[in-house]
Design a protein around this ligand. Structure first.
Ligand SMILES: [Zn+2]
Length: 267
């Protein structure tokens, strides 16, 4: 059994196809999917999917690249109201993104400040309602984004756990935060020929320190690279990570599944 710990099921890429997507996932052994919200509308839609399908759970959050686009001024109150839903298993996707340029009309400093404010608010929300957080980070070069994220998550030590999703750094970078109780997770990037650092990290990461995810509809693993990704393709990433770790897909699935259960507390 495998759990897709991060899929944008509410994305328009899946439109009215969610039922078929989930059926293909089940056929591939992916029996649980965490539908991740990026703004108020997709968070609400993710919760609706979680209400409709027993194998789906939801997160509610405002993604760092959406902070200037969210049309709902009371987004935080709305997320707060949704976070208490029994099928909501985490707050996020939130975090910082230093990769994409500031949107038109925004100075870079103001854009980053807005991202920080929204991230801080969601960390506080998660701590207040006893949920963990799904954290996005992306940098252009270097680790400024990662350093900023660590600095902001640090004060919440003991009150929440974070999963640093779509992990692209080394195991050396991950180990200190894993030792604080946080997690990393691997996408299909682990299967890419040009992602040796990620593959090495997937090989070295301690058992119990990571989850697997598709981040679908983005980042399809080899051999589907370039196509629309979907939860069923988690199988390819799992097969690759199992191979580099020298374990069976079943063993890897059981381990990462237990990690997902501990983090999201599915019920
Ligand atoms: Zn995502």
């Amino acid at each position: 059994m495998l759990s897709d710990s991060h899929a944008h099921l509410a994305s328009s890429a899946f439109a009215d196809e969610v039922e078929e997507v989930l059926a293909r996932a089940a056929a591939a052994g992916v029996s649980r999917v965490v539908a991740v919200g990026c703004d108020v509308a997709s968070s609400r839609r993710s919760l609706e999917l979680a209400e409709r399908y027993p194998q789906v759970w939801a997160t509610v959050g405002l993604h760092p690249t959406y902070v200037t686009e969210e049309p709902q001024e009371d987004w935080l109150e709305q997320l707060g109201a949704m976070a208490g839903h029994p099928r909501c298993v985490a707050v996020g996707e939130t975090g910082l993104d230093f990769y994409h340029p500031a949107p038109e009309g925004w100075a870079w400093e103001d854009y980053v400040e807005r991202q920080r404010a929204c991230f801080a608010a969601q960390l506080a929300l998660a701590a207040a309602c006893g949920k963990n957080v799904v954290v996005h980070q992306r940098d252009r070069s270097g680790t400024a984004c990662w350093e900023a994220i660590k600095g902001m998550v640090g004060p919440f030590q003991g009150r929440l756990r974070a999963v640093f999703h779509c992990w692209l750094h080394s195991w050396e970078e991950a180990r200190p935060v894993v030792e604080q109780g946080h997690l990393i997770s691997f996408t299909g990037i682990a299967t890419y020929k040009n992602a040796a650092v990620v593959e090495a990290c997937a090989r070295q990461a301690a058992a119990g320190s990571f989850m697997l995810e598709t981040d679908s509809p983005y980042l399809a693993p080899v051999p589907q690279r370039g196509k629309r990704n979907e939860p069923a393709f988690l199988r390819e990433t799992a097969a690759h990570v199992a191979r580099v770790r020298g374990v069976s897909v079943e063993a890897l699935g059981a381990m990462t599944d237990a990690v997902a259960e501990g983090f999201f507390r599915f019920s």
